[in-house]
Unconditional design. Structure first.
Length: 150
């Protein structure tokens, strides 16, 4: 459904370090990194799309928060959720909610939330796991990166 998602940043080296650690934990590989242009992209190991991109905004203006925007990425398990949360905080992210069930979304959603280390706090990330009860549907772990105001 999606080709790529782009997250605006203000400090490329810091954002690259943060998202490289997070993407590695999720099992995604770096497709490209261009420090001169200030952008980088990751992809799943088994397909070329969708891409997760970070970079300076295309219009040349400073990156700024958005209200109500969210991007979802897949992870493998609740343990991956816990590791991603810990990795994000160790890499300079800010805690927005410890790993745990989020029954207000669904009875078996498991998630953790954090903001990336961007100086303007333009992005926050949520890692959400949904363990499906039915044996007919596979288990899913979802990671979301969302822009938030403030």
């Amino acid at each position: 459904m999606l080709s790529h998602t782009h997250i605006g940043i203000t400090d490329f080296p810091r954002a690259l370090a943060f998202y490289s650690t997070l993407m590695a934990e999720l099992g995604h590989v770096l497709k490209f990194s261009d420090a001169d242009r200030g952008w980088a992209g990751w992809m799943p190991v088994d397909t070329a799309r969708p891409l997760f991109l970070i970079g300076r905004p295309y219009d040349g203006a400073a990156a700024s928060p958005g209200n109500g925007q969210m991007v979802a990425l897949l992870a493998a398990s609740r343990e991956t959720v816990r590791r991603c949360h810990a990795v994000a905080l160790a890499a300079g992210g800010t805690d927005e909610g410890a790993p745990g069930l989020r029954p207000h979304y669904h009875s078996d959603y498991y998630g953790a939330y954090f903001r990336d280390p961007d100086a303007i706090s333009s992005a926050s990330a949520a890692i959400i796991t949904r363990k499906r009860i039915s044996t007919e549907r596979p288990s899913t772990v979802q990671t979301a990166v969302k822009n938030v105001a403030g």
